[in-house]
Design a protein around this ligand. Sequence first.
Ligand SMILES: [Zn+2]
Length: 99
Amino acid sequence: MRVTKAGFIERQITFGYDFRMHCNSCGRSSTLNGADSIRLESENNARMECDHCDGSIHFGPLAADLRDQDDPALDGGLLSKLSWVWLSCREALSWENTG
Ligand SMILES: [Zn+2]
């Protein structure tokens, strides 16, 4: 992550990241990439193997876990200092043009 001159922590949000799904059998999370989620949804009724035990995870919104456990937004000490700013590749929508 990059820190801007204004003190913003800048991070790219893309749809190229993996998902993390919670296993009810062992309580740990397993990684699921986008391609596998599409494939397994039709091939295996949205079930994946757990990376840590013999359990099977029925993945979806109810099983979704934190994507990044080291996300600075999870630090309670930073909570009052954080704000969400929408940045866009489109110049007309960039925060720099908002005033
Ligand atoms: Zn498990």
